[in-house]
Design a protein around this ligand. Structure first.
Ligand SMILES: [Zn+2]
Length: 480
């Protein structure tokens, strides 16, 4: 039984009043300086009044929309604060945080051998996992990530524990156990395809039995996780194929075309396939609930195939720079109709923060835009916001629940603080002595600037609350 599952107060609504940023598409977001968000006792958005006229009697407004007096708690945002949808990390290895910032002078395959596999093997000791997974998940939540697509290690017990911890902390997530039965060191490899599949089934059953959210639906989902084609025998991929075909609703995550050496080795191992994406397609691993990390070297043909299958790509720019892998052509992916979200890819990426992924995605788009024969527009704030929220939700097939604020959706949100008192010296934020006079109306342009500063200069000090399904699960002001 999982303890300490946070829930909203029984029967209580939460009413937020203040500035809201709300993505709608990859090219547009709503800037709402005086918005009212009514969150029902289950943690879903019951009403969203985009522009509450100044001077409105709140009590009357709430009465009119059926929120009885005394049954709600009111959160009035201070100047310098705004709400936005929570950040979605579509690719992160929880087990690699202890490895963060080490080995960036190596490329992928060397880095795995020298740094990552030795780090991951330690999770064979359940005491080690129990000691460090809670802190890891806490750090990720406080970075502003409301939904994470987690890779665990190959160990069943440690990964079950990771799922328990994520659930007890109230984060929305996918949790998977790596399938890997070849081309890995003898100390860190599964003994057979059979064992790999059977332990995967046990993890899926475990996660499916975790307590549901206050909305009566799963908060933590299982995800089938063949590490990458190189680490899976054809037998294992064949077994996984049969399993996923009988379980169409279970998500799949893996890596694809991250590094040139990796692509070369993959094609050598699967000589009957003409492309990396073709390998996964052969084993029916490309479908609408598949999350493919990286996709740096995908050809146009592969992009077409991925779009046809409806799979999504997790763009992990921090990792692609840190391990010198290359630069993904995200605009081209989107133009082909591929769903794209952002991933930190800790610890290939050197930060657990999606904010850093946003910054690196911006840089990648600028560099790709000046490459000969690539071109494409660099990303603006609307695109970056989309990739970090709604785009990620689409990659996770959760766009009907999260990624933006809409009546009926779950309230997964960040309460962002760009005031000078956040303690982050990089944010030239709101200061009452310098900026708005008390009572002045917040202009849309100013709110847009706050978002931009948060994206490019913000960190966890600027996140007052991290909210999932209506419950505050982290942030600087969690207790306040
Ligand atoms: Zn990865």
């Amino acid at each position: 039984m999982v303890a300490n599952v946070p829930t909203v107060a029984p029967g209580k609504y939460t009413v937020y009043l203040g500035p809201v940023i709300n993505p709608t598409t990859s090219t547009h977001f709503d800037i709402l300086p005086n918005c009212l968000v009514v969150v029902d006792p289950k943690g879903n958005i019951e009403r969203l009044i985009e522009n509450l006229p100044h001077g409105s009697e709140l009590q009357n407004v709430l009465g009119q929309i059926g929120v009885p007096d005394g049954r709600y708690s009111l959160v009035v945002l201070e100047h310098g604060e705004f709400l936005m949808p929570g950040l979605i990390d579509t690719h992160i290895h929880a087990c690699q945080l202890p490895n963060l910032g080490l080995g960036g002078d190596h490329e992928l395959l060397d880095w795995l051998e020298k740094y990552t596999y030795p780090t991951e093997r330690r999770f064979s000791e359940i005491d080690y996992a129990a000691r460090i997974y809670p802190e890891i998940v806490e750090r990720i939540i406080n970075s502003g990530t409301t939904t994470s697509c987690y890779y665990g290690t190959l160990h069943l017990e440690a990964t079950k524990l990771l799922a328990d911890i994520v659930r007890s902390k109230g984060q929305r997530a996918f949790v998977g156990k790596c399938n890997m039965d070849r081309n890995c060191p003898s100390y860190y490899i599964e003994p057979s395809a059979h064992v790999s599949l059977e332990t995967t089934k046990l993890l899926v059953a475990h996660i499916q039995n975790l307590p549901q959210s206050s909305a009566g639906e799963p908060l933590v989902h299982p995800v089938i996780t063949p590490r990458f084609a190189i680490s899976c025998t054809e037998q294992l991929l064949t077994d996984l194929k049969k399993y996923v075909e009988t379980n169409p609703h279970i998500a799949i995550q893996t890596h694809i075309s991250e590094n040139q050496q990796e692509v070369k080795k993959t094609l050598e191992l699967f000589p009957d396939c003409t492309s990396y994406a073709g390998v996964y397609d052969k084993y029916k691993l490309l479908r609408s609930n598949t999350i493919l990390a990286h996709g740096v070297y995908l050809t146009d043909e592969e992009m077409k195939l991925i779009a046809q299958r409806g799979a999504g790509v997790s763009h992990c720019p921090a990792s692609n720079f840190y391990l010198g892998s290359g630069m993904a052509r995200v605009r081209k992916l989107l133009d082909h109709g591929v769903k794209v979200g952002l991933g930190t890819d800790v610890s290939g990426g050197n930060s657990p923060s999606v904010l850093y992924a946003i910054q690196m995605a911006s840089n990648t788009s600028k560099m790709v835009a000046i490459l000969p024969n690539e071109g494409g527009k660099k990303f603006d704030v609307a695109m970056l916001l989309y990739l970090a929220t709604l785009g990620g939700a689409e990659v996770c097939c959760l766009q009907d629940r999260i990624g933006s604020f809409k009546e009926g959706k779950a309230f997964d949100a960040l309460l962002v603080n760009v005031r000078d008192d956040s303690g982050n010296p990089a944010v030239w934020g709101y200061n009452p002595n310098r900026d708005l006079a008390e009572g002045d109306c917040l202009k849309k342009e100013v709110l847009k600037e706050w978002l931009e500063r948060f994206f490019f200069c913000g960190d966890d000090r600027n996140i007052r609350q991290v909210i999932v399904q209506g419950s505050v699960i982290g942030g600087q002001g969690r207790q306040g």
